[in-house]
Design a protein. Structure first.
Length: 212
C-alpha cells in the first residue's frame, strides 16, 4: 500500500470518528433537552381591585316629631253656675244663673228655656211622706206608684230612692230621687231625661247637691 492510500484511509477513519463523536454529542444534547422541565413563563396576574374605603357613616339625625298643635280646651260649661241655699229645709245646689229660679214654702224650681225641649227643668220639694229610714221610704214609694225603684246615692253620699218615669204621649221621661233629711222626705224631680246634654247637666246638678 502506497503512502497516498494510507493517508486517505487514515483521513477516512478520522472523519468517521468525528462523525460518530458529533452524533453522540448531538444525541446527548437532545436527551438533556427532553428531560429538563419546561420552565413556565410567568403569568401576569392583574391585581384584584380593592374596594374604596367605605364612606364614614354619619350619625342618624334624631327623629323629631312634627309639631302638633295643642288643642284648646273648651271652657268648663259649669264654671258660671252659682249656689242656691234653702235655709229652711237645709239643702243647697248649683244652677245656671240664666235659668229661671222660683221658690215657694216647700219647693224650689229652676228652669231653662224649654220653648223647644223639656229640659232643663228641676224641682226640689218637701213631701208629706213619713218614713223611718231609706228602706221604709223605698217600700212606700213602690206601693204608691206600683213601680220598682232602686236605692242610689246622690251628692255627698246621700242615700236616695230612684224612681224612673218612662216617656208617654202626654209627658216626658224623667227621674225622681226621694231622700230623707232632718225628719222630712224630700224629692228631686228631673224632667225630660234621656238626652246626652240634658243628662250631663242633671248629673252635674246631682253630684253637687248638698244637705246641711
Amino acid at each position: 500500500m502506497d503512502r497516498k492510500t494510507i493517508l486517505l484511509v487514515l483521513m477516512a477513519f478520522l472523519l468517521g470518528i468525528s462523525v460518530v463523536f458529533l452524533w453522540s454529542q448531538m444525541r446527548d444534547m437532545i436527551g438533556n433537552l427532553s428531560s429538563k422541565p419546561v420552565k413556565e413563563l410567568p403569568v401576569a396576574v392583574s391585581p384584584v381591585p380593592t374596594s374604596p374605603p367605605a364612606a364614614a357613616v354619619s350619625s342618624p339625625t334624631p327623629f323629631s316629631s312634627p309639631s302638633v298643635p295643642i288643642p284648646t280646651l273648651s271652657p268648663n260649661p259649669f264654671s258660671t253656675w252659682t249656689t242656691y241655699s234653702n235655709n229652711t229645709l237645709k239643702y243647697r245646689f248649683l244652677h245656671d244663673p240664666v235659668w229661671n229660679l222660683t221658690t215657694q214654702s216647700n219647693s224650689t224650681n229652676v228652669q231653662g228655656d224649654v220653648s223647644s225641649v223639656g229640659w232643663p227643668s228641676i224641682n226640689v220639694s218637701k213631701l208629706t211622706i213619713v218614713a223611718t229610714d231609706i228602706s221604709d221610704l223605698q217600700t212606700q214609694v213602690e206601693n204608691m206608684f206600683s213601680e220598682t225603684t232602686t236605692q242610689v246615692s246622690i251628692g255627698s253620699n246621700i242615700p236616695a230612692v230612684l224612681l224612673e218615669r218612662a216617656a208617654s204621649p202626654q209627658s216626658y221621661a224623667g227621674k225622681n230621687y226621694y231622700f230623707l233629711h232632718q225628719g222630712n222626705t224630700l224629692l228631686i224631680s228631673l224632667n225630660d231625661t234621656g238626652h246626652t246634654e240634658a243628662d250631663q247637666i242633671y248629673q252635674y246638678f246631682l253630684d253637687n247637691f248638698e244637705i246641711y
